[in-house]
Design a protein around this ligand. Structure first.
Ligand code: SIN
Ligand code: FE
Length: 482
């Protein structure tokens, strides 16, 4: 602001005077000077000037001066008001969200100061709006990715990976991670996006130490800001961070399911409330996913158990197959022990053993309980049981492999089986194992039309099928473990 001193020291120009001074100037020009001149004309001029002609000239000159003063005052006011109107208009445009021009005020006075502070408010607001729009678009992108992953991905693991990678990209974090409690009530790293090579999926994490431990103890968000120079501060955290770590709990109806965390945001070195808010939102999405997965797991388990029960009822309808399901299950388990197969295939194998003949629920009793060899027509109908069984299991996404084993449990290694006539390795491994066990149990139990074979006879029979009806490698394993 201009001080009185500079006002006195400087040559007074229109550019230099303030709003209040301008008002005084306008008052002087438009009122004081014309008033003084009028008083002079009325009271002094007639007395001082005798000559009528020179008095008239005098009056004319004074009128010209009065007009000039009035005009000057008017211009003063006009210019001031114009600038004020421009500022008000700008404020209006800004409040309506349009992107107006900056205000240019040439006068070095309060108006200029006002315009300057207004311009600053405007550019600050513009920056804030841009920042908000940017963070909104980032958040939208992240949630779009998550939404897409939630609807398209079948596996929790894949979904969590998409979330951590999406968050890392969108938030520009150094790393992002998700830790969840498993059935054993221990905390595991389920997904990690970052450069730390020593972190593997499903590694166990401490739920009492470090930032994760503090989040769990707190049951709320935590931010740890670290002095990068102080290396000792890393302390007990498995997840490394240079400056900041922010963690939020993953809660399902107040029940702790895990922790979502991010370290060292590149864009801003200070994690702020907005980041926590975003993280909490993502955590609640993960919580919904975890809950959905648990619910659908529960439903699928119930469905599976119901189907096993149904398979046992079907088994009970046929007195000759009593105990078949249990025996086949124990045979396939013995083979599985000898084979280097993963847990998932083992589960499918057990499920296949219990559910392979489930489709017989759709086969008429006259065929199912027939005390004699089936006619070709009856046999064709009987063959339908593998497809019926597959169709019962198909609606369950998690049982797609199991349903395929049920479909193919009567395929033969040489392609002479049904329903597709698949050959060799085209037949799923679990189905090939199941076929060996199923045939062994069938020939070692009594049928209305034939007697059961002894173990030795049955082994011989299986060996004779090796390489034609049955997978030779599996026959070898089976005959060794039986
Ligand atoms: C069965 O699956 O137990 C009977 C059908 C067949 O032998 O093909
Ligand atoms: Fe069968």
């Amino acid at each position: 602001m201009r001080t009185g001193k500079t006002f006195l020291n400087k040559k007074i120009s229109l550019e230099d005077i303030g709003l209040y001074d301008k008002m005084i100037f306008a008052f002087v020009f438009m009122f004081v000077i014309p008033m003084l001149l009028t008083l002079y004309l009325i009271f002094l001029a007639p007395r001082l000037i005798d000559n009528k002609d020179s008095l008239l000239t005098h009056i004319r000159i004074i009128i010209v001066w009065m007009t000039a003063c009035g005009l000057l005052g008017y211009l003063f006011i006009r210019r001031t008001i114009k600038t004020l109107v421009a500022i008000i208009k700008q404020a209006e445009e800004l409040s309506l969200g349009s992107n107006g021009q900056r205000i240019d005020v040439a006068w070095n006075d309060e108006l200029k100061a006002l315009a300057r502070s207004f311009n600053k408010i405007k550019s600050d607001l513009e920056t804030k709006i841009k920042e908000l729009q940017y963070s909104r678009s980032l958040t939208r992108e992240l949630f779009q990715r998550m939404g897409h992953a939630m609807t398209s991905s079948q596996k929790m693991e894949a979904l969590l990976n998409i979330i951590v990678h999406g968050m890392r990209k969108v938030l520009e974090t150094q790393s992002t991670f998700i830790a969840l409690y498993d059935n054993d009530n221990k905390l595991y790293l389920k997904a990690y996006a970052g450069s730390q090579k020593d972190l593997r999926g499903n590694m166990m994490l401490s739920d009492v130490k470090g930032a994760i431990g503090r989040t769990i103890l707190n049951l709320g968000p935590i931010i740890i800001k670290k002095n990068p120079a102080d290396k000792a501060e890393q302390g007990e955290d498995i997840i490394h961070y240079e400056t900041n770590i922010v963690c939020v709990p993953i809660l399902v109806k107040d029940k702790l399911k895990g922790v979502l965390g991010a370290t060292d945001k590149a864009g801003i070195q200070n994690v702020d409330k907005e980041d926590i808010f975003l993280l909490e939102n993502v955590a609640s999405q993960i919580a919904i996913c975890v809950e959905n997965m648990e619910l659908s797991k529960d439903i699928e388990e119930t469905y599976y158990n119901t189907l096993v029960m149904l398979a046992r009822i079907v088994e009970a309808r046929d007195p000759y197959s009593a105990g078949h399901l249990e025996r086949v299950s124990s045979y396939v388990e013995m083979v599985a022990e000898k084979l280097d197969i993963d847990d998932e295939t083992k589960k499918i194998l057990t499920g296949g053993a219990l559910l392979h003949d489930l489709g017989k629920v759709g086969i008429e009793d006259t065929i199912l309980k027939k005390e004699g060899v089936l006619t070709p027509q009856e046999y064709e109908m009987m063959k339908q049981h593998s497809i019926i069984g597959e169709n019962i299991l198909k609606p369950l996404r998690s049982m797609s492999k199991l349903s395929s084993v049920v479909r193919h449990h009567h395929e033969m290694y040489d392609g002479t089986g049904y329903p597709n006539g698949l050959k060799g390795e085209e037949i799923p491994l679990a189905a090939r194992i199941l076929t060996v066990a199923d045939i062994y149990d069938a020939i070692t139990t009594d049928r209305p039309y034939r007697k059961a074979m002894s173990r030795e006879e049955a082994i011989k029979t299986l060996i004779s099928y090796a390489g034609n009806k049955l997978d030779p490698k599996l026959v070898e394993i089976f005959t060794n473990v039986i």
